[in-house]
Design a protein around this ligand. Structure first.
Ligand SMILES: Cc1cc2nc3c(=O)[nH]c(=O)nc-3n(C[C@H](O)[C@H](O)[C@H](O)COP(=O)(O)OP(=O)(O)OC[C@H]3O[C@@H](n4cnc5c(N)ncnc54)[C@H](O)[C@@H]3O)c2cc1C
Length: 494
């Protein structure tokens, strides 16, 4: 089939009936549900870009194996040029959503490609698991499917392992094996965009302890598989607020959902890891499958941080406060944050390493540094936006106020910005800023940046651990100490 269009994507959504719950209601018609309508259009636009001559060569390529055009997420990088082709896809799609949608189809496309190019890992535990991941990759690639993923268990009692929870099937685990496959029961906490995807893949961070065998699984299923229940969080906007008043929240609501599996059958050909604690724990560290998607997240996060920085600069300029020293300092802090992330992403590409299996992977240290910095830089950008916008952020009237002729004079006089910035222009800009830094929509975006790649506290500790492993000695310190010893000896003999 090759690359899909927006219409293909929407038709696929219409053709199935996943069990999606929102606000106590079972959703019957996803594509006409107010909260999903605009996000579906935004996602469809990404698929359409694959057919647009302006973007096609940047975001797709001809698959060597099939001769069909496929998305660059499915390109197994063999060199720096391939990584650049990947980055162009990440950039083009992130720019189309201002980086505000984190789990666009390129994210999981990249994960599946990384898994398939590390099929050796799955084969260690059984040839069939390796065959399964490779066949699944081909299926996703050739049908241009859009996936969600769920890694984390729900927050029940974090001080206990999965097998120690009061109900040992609170967390997703295997109930039994049958001729057809695995029967799984329990939940995973968070799958972003789940209602709007074609498929879901399950895997985990390395966290299994002995006794956790039944939880150490990885598999993929169609999102409308019987028994799979999708419980959406409360929406941050209900799809009825205008784009004038909420230029971002009205477009980019990226719904998050809990996945509950009620004795769901996972066919054998969709199983990648089967009840194996060692495989579950080593998947990340041995394959580096997190690095290719980290490249996507880094590029996407850079676009989001650049966008928030542009908004902060525009707000400051629109009310004439960007001449003040303190404001300039805050804006420069943001600009330098953007440049830092840009440099790190580029370094990760230039310093890529080749695995023994012929895959070019971006360098881990700069990418993990991005992952450490973004959870601090993005919330700081939002804070600076709040500080610079100050009271004006709260004081915006609505599009309806501007549309009422009785209020026109007041609107134009009292909401005007610095010379040359008309009232409606200033108010619309402040509303856009408020979507980012005040609305529930914006708070979710902050929470996303903090947590999308795992707990930042533990990730920082892991980063230090990696540094220590790679640097068992500190040669510069030793040299300085030796030098000083040598110099003091020389001083004595002189
Ligand atoms: C908006 C959003 C979208 C997301 N999308 C997805 C998605 O699509 N798919 C997906 O799989 N995941 C997704 N995630 C989940 C994300 O992976 C987790 O939020 C993240 O891994 C942190 O886990 P947690 O939320 O369970 O927090 P916890 O692990 O429960 O942590 C809670 C607090 O306790 C501390 N803590 C907990 N355990 C320990 C410990 N052992 N040692 C020290 N401190 C500890 C943490 O530092 C933290 O402060 C998303 C998260 C967010 C916020």
């Amino acid at each position: 089939m090759g690359i899909r269009s927006g219409v293909d994507y929407i038709n696929a959504l219409k053709s199935r009936q996943p069990e999606v719950w929102l606000g106590g209601r079972k959703i019957k018609d996803l594509t006409n549900e107010p909260v999903f309508k605009q996000p579906i259009k935004e996602l469809a636009r990404l698929f359409d870009m694959q057919h647009d001559a302006k973007y096609q060569d940047k975001i797709t390529h001809i698959c060597q194996e099939t001769g069909e055009r496929v998305n660059n997420a499915f390109l197994i990088p063999r060199n720096g040029e391939d990584l650049k082709a990947r980055r162009e896809l990440f950039e083009v799609w992130a720019q189309a959503t201002f980086g505000l949608m984190g789990r666009t189809p390129d994210f999981l496309g990249t994960v599946i490609t990384a898994m398939a190019s590390n099929d050796w890992f799955f084969r260690q535990y059984g040839e069939q698991w390796g065959d399964n991941i490779v066949n699944y990759y081909k299926y996703i690639r050739d049908n241009d499917l859009f996936l969600t993923h769920a890694i984390i268990n729900p927050q029940n009692d974090r001080s206990k392992a999965s097998n120690e929870q009061e109900d040992t099937y609170t967390h997703l685990g295997v109930v039994k094996e049958t001729e057809e496959g695995l029967i799984v029961r329990g939940s995973k906490m968070l799958a972003t965009l789940a209602p709007l995807t074609d498929e879901v893949i399950i895997y985990s961070y390395p966290s299994f302890k002995p006794g956790d065998e039944k939880y150490a699984i990885s598999f993929a299923l169609p999102i409308d598989t019987p028994g799979l229940r999708i419980l959406c969080r409360e929406e941050t906007q209900n799809g009825t607020r205008s784009t004038w008043d909420h230029p971002l929240a009205s477009r980019f609501e990226e719904m998050d959902a809990m996945l509950v599996f009620n004795d769901v059958l996972v066919p054998w050909d969709r199983v990648f890891i089967n009840q194996n604690v060692e495989a579950g724990n080593l998947l990340y560290p041995k394959t580096g499958i997190n690095l290719q998607p980290s490249h996507q997240s880094g590029v996407r996060g850079l676009v989001k941080l650049s966008f928030a920085t542009e908004v902060a600069c525009s707000v400051a300029d629109s009310i004439g406060v960007d001449g003040f020293l303190n404001v300039q300092n805050q804006l420069a802090e943001l600009l330098q944050g953007v440049e830092t992330i840009r440099a790190l992403v580029r370094v990760s590409e230039y310093e890529y390493v080749m695995t023994p299996y012929g895959e070019a992977i971006p360098a881990i240290i700069p990418l993990e540094t991005v992952r450490g910095l973004l959870p601090k830089l993005y919330p700081r950008a939002v804070e600076i936006l709040q500080i610079i916008g100050a009271g004006g952020l709260l004081m915006s009237p609505t599009g309806a106020d501007f549309a009422n002729p009785e209020l026109t004079d007041d609107m134009n006089k009292h909401y005007v910005g610095r010379s040359g910035v008309a009232a409606d222009e200033r108010v619309r800009l402040f509303k856009l800023a408020w979507d980012l830094c005040g609305e529930a929509f914006g708070q979710r975006l902050v929470q996303y940046e903090r947590y999308y790649s795992g707990d930042p506290i533990r990730k920082m500790a892991m980063f230090y651990g990696m540094h220590k492993r790679n640097n068992p000695t500190y040669p510069m310190v030793q040299k300085a100490l030796e030098d000083s010893l040598e110099m003091s000896r020389t001083a004595v003999t002189n």
